[in-house]
Design a protein around this ligand. Structure first.
Ligand SMILES: [Fe+2]
Length: 278
């Protein structure tokens, strides 16, 4: 997850005024306790388990069941294959420890906990080391199909299932390496992050004449996955992806479609691999 750091006040977390959990002190305190696990974690350590509550497990159960049904219609084949290989639990929130073990066995990628939003380069830079930094908290139970910020549903259902595919795991790494090369160039880093957004977060592709999602943002969004085909679908154009502005608070009005999975992997790999080199 990328963004500015969520401040932890005492053992409760400050949330924005429009967050569904803002007036729920129990939830904010719970978020603080889960954040502490990520704060104390150091890369390479064994990942400590979080004892999820029955309510949190229920949120996971509801969301993963509903998203799983939608994936059958809207997710690309590589995602479905990755999810089938990973076989994450649907009845309870998976522990990052077990997600990490399974993803690593399949593709050599590691999943590591962080307390909350981390700075952009910390997140992208970790990808270059084949490490995906993941939050562990879950969205507020009052609105199981909505979250204003990436949570463990987004990280695991959206990203970890993709990282179970060897081609995509390599693609995430090569993207991370590109970000490291341009870390000191704001304009290039912005271009990079927009390409990442319109591909690995919100990318779509054609499969047997149908538009399918491979972006983690679409794959983890209960509402947007139903309507992404109604967006303005533009032809695959990395140059345009890198310059178009986007708004994270709304459904994406413009998406870029690769003509095939192979074309998406090939072109993005070539782009990231060459980006920021002299
Ligand atoms: Fe994401």
């Amino acid at each position: 997850m990328i963004g500015s750091t969520s401040p932890v006040v005492g053992r409760s977390v400050e949330l924005p005024a429009d967050h569904p959990g803002v007036s729920d002190l129990d939830y904010r305190t719970r978020r603080g306790a889960i954040a502490e696990v990520g704060e104390q974690y150091r890369s390479g350590d064994p990942i400590p388990d979080v004892e999820y509550t029955a309510e949190e497990d229920q949120v996971w159960r509801i969301v993963s069941r509903e998203l799983g049904a939608k994936h059958q219609r809207y997710a690309c084949r590589a995602y479905l294959d990755g999810a089938a290989a990973l076989t994450l639990p649907t009845e309870r929130v998976p522990q990052l420890r077990e997600v990490d073990e399974r993803v690593h066995a399949l593709t050599g990628f590691h999943i590591e906990p962080v307390p909350g939003l981390v700075p952009t380069m910390v997140f992208y830079g970790a990808l270059a080391r084949r490490r995906f930094l993941s939050t562990q908290y879950i969205r507020h139970h009052s609105v199981p199909f909505y979250t204003p910020e990436p949570d463990v549903v987004h990280e695991i259902i959206g990203h970890a299932n993709m990282l179970a595919n060897p081609l995509l795991a390599d693609l995430y790494e090569v993207a991370g390496r590109a970000s490291v090369r341009v870390a000191d160039h704001d304009d290039k880093l912005l271009f990079f992050s927009k390409v990442f957004w319109f591909s690995l977060e919100f990318g779509v592709l054609l499969e047997e004449g149908e538009l399918k999602a491979y972006g983690a943002g679409l794959l983890s969004s209960f509402g947007e996955i139903d309507v992404f085909r109604a967006a303005e679908i533009r032809p695959w154009d990395i140059e345009q992806m890198g310059t178009l502005d986007y708004d994270i608070t709304k459904y994406q009005p413009v998406l870029f479609a690769a003509e095939s999975f192979d074309r998406m992997v090939h072109d993005l790999t070539a782009f990231f691999d060459g980006f920021g080199r002299p």
